[in-house]
Design a protein around this ligand. Sequence first.
Ligand code: NAD
Ligand code: DAU
Length: 335
Amino acid sequence: MRIFVTGGAGFIGSNFVRRMVARPNVEVVTFDALTYAGNLVNLGDLEGLAGRHAFIRGDICDADAVTKAMAGADAVVHFAAESHVDRSIATSAPFVRTNIEGTRVLLEAARECGVQKFVHVSTDEVYGSLGATGYFTEESCLAPNSPYSASKAGSDLLARAYCETYGLPVVITRCSNNYGPYQFPEKLIPLMIIHALEGRALPVYGDGGNVRDWLHVADHCSALEAVLREGAVGEVYNIGGHNERTNLEIVKMILRFMGRDESLITFVKDRPGHDRRYAIDASKMKRELGWTPAYDLERGLAETVAWYVAHRQWWEGILSGAYREYYERQYGVGL
Ligand code: NAD
Ligand code: DAU
């Protein structure tokens, strides 16, 4: 199976690529623009796997480049996106461009290339916000509240329409918040770990009572492999781990694992339009594909803290901007 993976130099994409190239009879082509969030260092350990893995730098909005790179692919797994809510509140244009127009370009290319499966990796944020009780099911209405989630919802609807109209074999996944190795340090968990390591204030938005449903990235990747291999065309699958915690609970767990003082916690202004609670009903994944997560949050978060402590060079390279030079060393031209 030859898999065309977009956004494979980002957090979840790089974890997925590493998982899949280890499989027999699988070849992966990673297609990634290397935006600020893309980091070839994330795939550094795959160097030397010529024949099993190839990296192509390209923009998913560039139809010619996409169609050329996708030729010969059996399947597409589409991660590439602008992914950070706070950035979308500051400037929404790149989100509409990459997440909606980029997805349209990929869907067109997939038609032209005759791919047999198109896995569109989406998010629980398209469902909006929950009250104190209840779960998102695949039948929940789409009610996005941020420019990021609105652009993801737009891409979901395009993917659905290409399946209905052109018979493109699309499957859509909607996952809850991921954590684990290689997450860009703008997101809650790596940001808090790094701030705690540096003895800086930990900025908790609002009252810290917003709830997220955390899933280890390895569990998301195992779910995506199940969807890629067995997911039914035209279906939506929710992916989540039943690990609902408030942001304050997560930050306190991190401080406990690190043996640091809770006095570092600082409450700051709330995020505009801040979704109060996400919680996923992932029973369809279990019932239809036999998928269940392997990690519990206590173990997964402890391992994640240990990973960031052990990989100081990785995140320092991001904070200093040096990670951009890795590409230049590999390819001889600057980003
Ligand atoms: P990320 O920001 O870490 O990585 C995104 C990757 O996409 C980067 O490598 C970047 O260079 C690439 N990219 C961005 N614009 C591009 C373009 N125009 N052309 C080609 N490549 C481009 O994101 P992530 O957290 O790994 O998320 C991956 C996907 O999973 C996204 O679609 C996101 O919506 C979805 N998702 C994320 C989470 C989460 O908790 N992180 C949860 C559910 C779903
Ligand atoms: O639910 C899935 C989504 O999870 C993905 O689709 C997104 O790509 C991903 O970024 C993530 O979105 P969130 O907005 O939930 O993640 P973030 O890490 O930005 O924030 C998690 C929670 O922590 C949220 O309630 C805001 C809060 N927060 C975040 C940061 C960065 C803080 O309190 N302080 C912070 O500094």
